[in-house]
Design a protein around this ligand. Structure first.
Ligand code: KG4
Ligand code: ZN
Length: 342
C-alpha cells in the first residue's frame, strides 16, 4: 500500500511517502530558526509557516519517492495532540487531498505515531513490529514525557507522564538560564560532553516514587537558585561544562531509572525510546548500558526520526488500515488535547 502522510502538530512541517512498511521519502521543514528569536514556538507563526511549507514539502516528498499522485492509495495526518491551528493546517490539507483523490483518510494520534519511529529507523529497520512486543516505550521531547506499555500492536496503555514540564522543556529552560539560544537541549548536550556529571548533585525528582510519572520543574528551579548563588559560573567554561553534565545526569538518571523499572515490573523484554530528547548522547548511552545490564533489548529512534516527522505517521496509518481499522471521515476535526488511549 502507498500512503502520503503529513505532520504539523508543532514546529516541523513534514510530508512522507510510505509503501509496504518502507519509508520512501520523509521531508522535514524545521521552523527552529523562525522561533529561536522568540525563545519558543509562536503558534500563529508556526501555522503560517506550515501553510507556506506544505505544498513544496508534499511535492518534494512525492518527487523523492518517485511516486505520482495517482499512485497514492491513502492519505494520513496527525489529528492531535498539538497546537490547534498548526494541526488544522496539516489535517485539512490531508483531508482535502484524500477527498480529491477519492482515497481513504486516516487521522493519527501523534504519540501513537512516536511508538513506531524506533522501528522504522532502528538497525535494521523492521516491519515486524509484533516481534518486539510487548515493550515499554519512552516518548520524550519538548512537549511530552511519557512511558507507554505496548502490550501488542495497536494495544497500548499510558503508564505515566510528566506532571509539569517535559524533559526537553527542562533541558531548554536550564539552557536558557545559562544563556544558550533556543532550543538549548542540543547545545547543553554538547557542553555536557566535556564535563564531569558528578560535580554537582541536583535532585532526581520522583525517581523513587511509586508511580511512572515524571516531574522536571523542581530540577529547573534548583538550577536557577544554584546559579543565583554561583553567578561567576556563567563566565567559567569548565564550570559550565560540569554544570551541564550534572544537570543532564540528573534528567537522564530519572528517565532511565523509571523506564527500566517499568520494564522490569511488567516483565517485558524490550524497551524503545523516541522524541527529540532521544538525540541526547547521555540518554542514549545510559539507557543502552542499563538495558544491557537488565538483559533488555533496546530500540532507539535514530537521526531525524527522533524528532517530529511524517514517516512515523504514515507507517502507523498503514498498520491501522492493514489491521482493518476504519478510515477517518473527511471532515474530522483536530484533537489538540487528545489523550493516548489503550
Ligand atoms: O520531538 P521534538 O523535535 O519536538 C517536540 O517537542 O515535540 O523535540 C524537541 C526537544 C527540544 O526540547 C530539544 O531541546 C530537545 O528535544 N532535544 C535535546 C537534544 N536534541 C533535541 N535535548 C537534549 N539533548 C539533545 N541532544
Ligand atoms: Zn512529538
Amino acid at each position: 500500500m502507498t500512503l502520503l502522510a503529513l505532520e504539523t502538530s508543532c514546529d516541523e512541517t513534514s510530508a512522507a511517502v510510505v509503501r509496504d512498511g518502507v519509508v520512501l521519502a520523509n521531508v522535514v521543514a524545521s521552523q527552529i530558526k523562525l522561533h529561536a528569536e522568540y525563545g519558543g514556538v509562536v503558534p500563529e507563526l508556526a501555522t503560517r509557516e506550515h501553510l507556506r511549507n506544505l505544498p513544496p514539502v508534499v511535492v518534494r516528498a512525492l518527487v523523492q519517492a518517485g511516486v505520482g499522485v495517482a499512485e497514492i492509495e491513502a492519505v494520513a495526518a496527525t489529528r492531535g495532540p498539538g497546537l490547534p491551528a498548526a494541526l488544522m493546517a496539516g489535517l485539512k490539507t490531508a483531508e482535502g487531498l484524500a477527498f480529491a483523490l477519492r482515497r481513504p483518510f486516516v487521522g493519527i494520534h501523534h504519540h501513537e505515531a512516536h511508538l513506531y519511529s524506533p522501528w522504522i529507523s532502528g538497525t535494521p529497520p523492521t516491519a515486524d513490529f509484533a516481534a518486539f512486543q510487548p515493550n515499554v516505550s519512552l516518548i520524550v521531547s519538548g512537549g511530552h514525557t511519557m512511558l507507554v506499555h505496548v502490550a501488542a500492536e495497536l494495544e497500548h496503555r499510558v503508564l505515566g507522564s510528566t506532571v509539569d514540564d517535559a524533559a526537553g522543556e527542562c533541558f531548554d529552560k536550564v539552557a536558557k538560564l545559562i544563556g544558550l539560544p533556543y532550543p538549548g537541549g542540543p547545545e547543553l548536550d554538547r557542553l555536557a560532553g566535556g564535563g564531569n556529571p558528578r560535580t554537582y548533585d541536583f535532585p532526581r525528582p520522583m525517581l523513587n516514587d511509586e508511580t511512572d510519572d515524571f516531574s522536571f520543574s523542581g530540577l529547573k528551579t534548583s538550577v536557577r537558585y544554584f546559579l543565583q548563588k554561583n553567578p561567576a559560573l556563567l563566565n567559567d567554561l569548565p564550570g559550565l561544562r560540569n554544570l551541564c553534565a550534572s544537570v543532564q545526569a540528573a534528567i537522564v538518571e530519572v528517565l532511565v531509572g523509571k523506564t527500566v523499572r517499568a520494564a522490569r515490573r511488567l516483565g517485558v523484554r524490550c524497551v524503545t525510546a523516541s522524541g527529540g530528547v532521544t538525540c541526547n548522547r547521555g540518554l542514549r548511552r545510559d539507557l543502552a548500558e542499563a538495558c544491557r545490564r537488565e538483559g533488555l533489548v533496546l530500540r532507539l529512534a535514530s537521526g531525524e526520526l527522533c524528532t517530529d516527522n511524517a514517516a512515523m505517521v504514515g507507517i502507523l496509518a498503514e498498520r491501522k488500515l492493514l489491521h482493518g481499522v476504519a478510515p477517518t471521515s473527511y471532515d474530522a476535526e483536530i484533537e489538540p488535547g487528545w489523550a493516548l488511549a489503550g
